[in-house]
Design a protein. Structure first.
Length: 73
């Protein structure tokens, strides 16, 4: 079970895509999943503070897990 806490975008993406050849590939996959879920995008608008941040806060991580599910470990 994923602990709900702050994660860098790289850390969280690698939890979901540990097989990715590079961290940037994992980040692109996670960003793609987020874009494909309009409900998640809408929910994140209310909690995201800066689009350019390098991390997801606890609320964003909780939303990602709620809409996308737990990463398989």
């Amino acid at each position: 079970m994923l602990k709900i806490k702050r994660y860098t975008k790289k850390e969280l993406a690698l939890r979901y895509f540990p097989w990715a050849s590079q961290p940037k590939v994992a980040q692109n996959h996670l960003r793609s999943w987020i874009r494909r879920c309009p409900e998640l995008q809408e929910a994140m608008k209310g909690v995201r503070q800066l689009r350019t941040r390098y991390e997801y806060n606890e609320e964003e991580v909780a939303l990602i897990v709620h809409y996308i599910g737990e990463p398989e470990e």
